[in-house]
Design a protein around this ligand. Structure first.
Ligand code: NDP
Length: 307
């Protein structure tokens, strides 16, 4: 049996598939010398000190597509292959982004409360909301999920723009400057990876450019948006609405943000359906089993593809 270290939660089905071939260890019960494989998730990752203390570590399988909580360059240098779960969650995360955008435009949370609280009966019809049709939408990060978001938005007939570091071969307007795109659009949807290169990319200047009529949707990582600047902008009507699935210090969400009425908040649930988590779990396990069998993997992260 091979020794596998589990960091964070896995599903019962993943455990069932892994148990016949791996001894699964928890963080409070493992021998550093014997661990060759790790299963973790995009939030917990692998602390750098832990990675360097495991001299026989050969593979890290991340249960998620975002792997900013694992130092993939350091892993590659040590010959450790890191895998993740691209593509199988594109549609689900795209649905979450569209859901947040529509909830902001049509005030889903406010109006739900309007009915539940009995205000409808007492005060009459709720105030009008805004139409989500024909909006200018800017995608920050037009990768696998960004494209799935654009595809899902089609029935609302948006005008799509995007900002990435390199221009893509797509029929949408490219902005090489994020502030300029934010000035142009009604909605900014963030779906880049996390990590140092995107840290606080959406800062006070970007939020001001998006403006009082603008909506920010973040389904990427909390680190991509300057949360303090976001709260200030929402409190001072410099930004209209925000739909957020991710936060700087999860699961802690600032009280100031929770008290705002012009936000819709989700508990990092972008891919969190039974069906999609099942597909992600299978790919996470398939990578581990294949590595055990012949040393190859199915979905290595780009930093580890040459190993
Ligand atoms: P991809 O690698 O397919 O796409 C990433 C996109 O971001 C690319 O278009 C890339 O283009 C762009 N990008 C990267 N760095 C920058 C930068 N510094 N500035 C501007 N654009 C940048 O990734 P996926 O679409 O598969 O996933 C994206 C992210 O979504 C994940 O890494 C994860 O953080 C997040 N996610 C969140 C989930 C949730 O539950 N909320 C669930 C799943 C994923 P270019 O390289 O040209 O810049």
């Amino acid at each position: 049996m091979t020794d596998l270290l589990q960091i964070g939660g896995i599903t019962e089905w993943m455990r069932e598939r892994l148990s016949p071939v791996f001894n699964i260890h928890q963080l409070d019960d493992f021998d550093a010398e014997s661990i060759t494989h790790i299963v973790t998730n995009g939030h917990d990752g692998v602390p750098h000190d832990l990675m360097t203390s495991l001299s026989n570590l050969r593979m890290i399988s991340v249960y998620g597509v975002g792997y900013d909580a694992v130092d993939a360059n350091a892993a590659a240098e040590r010959g450790i292959v890191v895998t993740h779960t691209p593509n199988v969650l594109n549609n689900e995360v795209a649905t979450t982004a569209v859901l947040l955008m529509l909830s902001c435009y049509r005030e889903l949370v406010r109006d739900d409360e309007y009915v539940r609280s009995g205000r409808w009966e007492v005060e009459g019809n709720a105030p009008l909301t805004r139409s989500a049709d024909n909006q200018k939408i800017g995608i920050l990060g037009l990768g696998r999920i960004g494209q799935a978001i654009v595809d899902k938005l089609e029935p609302w007939a948006p005008e799509i723009s995007y900002h990435t570091r390199s221009q893509k071969d797509v029929p949408y307007r490219y902005f090489d400057n994020l502030v300029e795109m934010a000035e142009h659009v009604d909605v900014l949807i963030c779906i880049t990876p996390g990590g140092p290169s995107t840290n606080k990319l959406v800062n006070a200047e970007v939020l001001r450019a998006l403006g009082a009529g603008g909506t920010l949707i973040n389904v990427s990582r909390g680190s991509v948006v300057d949360e303090t600047a976001l709260i200030n902008a929402l409190q001072n009507d410099e930004l209209g609405w925000a739909g957020l699935d991710v936060f700087e210090d999860e699961p802690r969400v600032p009280k100031a943000l929770r008290e705002l009425s012009n936000v819709v908040l989700l508990p990092h649930a972008g891919s969190a359906t039974i069906e999609t988590r099942s597909a992600m779990g299978d790919l996470t396990v398939d990578n581990l089993l294949q590595h055990l069998k012949d040393g190859s993997v199915i979905t290595a992260v780009p930093e580890c593809r040459d190993l």
